[in-house]
Design a protein around this ligand. Structure first.
Ligand code: CTP
Length: 406
């Protein structure tokens, strides 16, 4: 896969540096990663400080460099190796010496870098650097095999003149090639990179007077989870969000706040033509007061009748404008004849996929942190899922979207 522009932007890269002459290349690597928009933190093994100074790396990374279990021996302040491991999207050891590779296999933990490695939950990559005989040695080859089996990505060393004066394989790959390997690594995990997505979520409020409105109980949690998952898979996501009290914060997602069905129509119509994927999970009001009183209405002894008029069906409007390469996903919240009603909506609104949730299912629908859905596509392929967290339901929905968009 060719590299995708900006794929490293905002990625947290934890760079481990070990004691090899190739450590000098780490300075170039840090610079390239920063230029690509990545956030870089550096952990050094004690041996690596003989080859390159923490000051050089901290200056280039724009983050303090860690090499010791204690930050300050006088105050006893310690380096939180667990936090570093959790922060990272990937941990890259470059250069990785034969010694470090061996310690990784046996799980040794004799320095901060090894402790971070053992506590990291993120994927790990290594760029070995050593002399050719050390590289071809059975022990090193065995260690690399073991690491590959543990899903560590090995960036193969290059062939050429080595620091020993010998010629052969063992030279750490050049920083540019390591950046390309990282781009490929994230690109393979981001099947929706380069795609634009729009998600709507939450309720709409339709004003009755200056202080009252008609609304619904939608929390927006399902749409937020879908937006997060689309972004995690590399899409460029805009979330059009109705008035909900549930906080939302994902720096990778652009948020547009709306209030009424009309606002939602305007915000989504503006973006639809440039969206490859549109997911309409907002609970849009079907009716709104025909006239809005611009002051607070006074109560009286009489009955109050509010005349309602239909709102525009946003999803149907978008469906009628859809181009063949665009993917449109709707939601159906049903109480009776669930499958039939959802299939009807899919057809009427010209959708590619509909997410059906039934109010009959306990734990599904409005307000919950869980949902139980059935996905129906336009070829009538039906997949029913168990009750899951909304984050996991979003994974199922986005996996289906990814399949459909090819
Ligand atoms: N929807 C929309 N605009 C509306 C109403 C609904 O875009 N004015 C979208 C919702 O976001 C959802 C889908 O249409 O993706 C289905 O909404 P729902 O209210 O279940 O369907 P309706 O077509 O309104 O049918 P009914 O209320 O009769 O079940």
């Amino acid at each position: 896969m060719s590299s995708i522009p900006h794929i490293l932007r905002g990625k947290n890269i934890l760079l481990g540096i070990t004691g090899s002459i190739a450590a000098y290349k780490a300075a170039f690597l840090v610079r390239l990663l920063r230029k690509a928009g990545a956030e870089v933190k550096v952990v050094m093994s004690p041996g690596s400080e003989e080859f390159i100074t923490p000051l050089t790396l901290a200056t280039l990374a724009k983050n303090p460099v860690h090499s010791d279990f204690t930050e300050d021996k006088h105050t006893g302040e310690w380096t939180n190796h667990v936090e570093l491991g959790l922060w990272a999207d990937v941990m890259l050891i470059a250069p990785a010496t034969a010694n470090t590779l061996a310690k990784m296999v046996s799980g040794e933990c004799d320095n901060l870098l090894m402790a971070v490695l053992l506590s990291a939950r993120c994927p790990v990559m290594v760029a070995p650097a050593m002399d050719l005989d050390m590289f071809t040695h059975e022990a090193t080859q065995h260690n690399l095999k073991m690491l590959r089996e543990r899903e560590v990505t090995v960036i193969e060393p290059g062939t050429g003149e080595l620091a020993s004066g010998l010629e052969g394989k063992g030279r750490m790959e050049e920083p540019e090639a390591i950046v390309t390997a990282l781009e490929k690594f994230f690109g393979d995990r981001a099947p929706l990179a380069g795609r634009k997505a729009m998600v709507t979520a939450g309720p709409t409020y339709e004003s009755i007077d200056a202080v009252r409105f008609i609304g619904n109980h939608s929390s927006g949690k399902m749409g937020m989870a879908v937006a997060n998952e689309l972004a995690a898979k590399g899409a460029d996501v805009t979330l059009i969000l109705g008035p909900t009290n549930v906080p939302y914060d994902n720096p990778a997602v652009e948020v547009v706040r709306i209030v009424s069905a009309d606002d939602l129509l305007a915000a989504s119509a503006e973006r639809f033509a440039s969206s490859d994927i549109t997911v309409m999970s907002a609970a849009v009001a079907d009716y709104r007061p025909k006239t809005v009183v611009n002051h607070k209405m006074k109560k009286s002894e009489n009955e109050l009748k509010i005349e309602l008029e239909p709102t525009t069906d946003v999803l149907k409007t978008l469906g009628s404008q859809k181009r063949p390469e665009q993917l449109l996903v709707g939601f159906a919240l049903e109480t009776d004849n669930e499958l039939e009603n959802a299939q009807g909506k899919l057809e009427r609104k010209n959708l590619d996929l509909i997410v059906l949730n039934s109010l009959k299912d306990p734990g599904a629908g409005f307000g919950h942190d869980t949902n139980k859905v059935t996905l129906i596509d336009k070829r009538n392929k039906i997949a029913s899922f168990e009750l899951k967290s909304k984050a996991d339901v979003a994974k199922d929905i986005v996996a289906r979207i990814t399949e459909l968009i090819g």
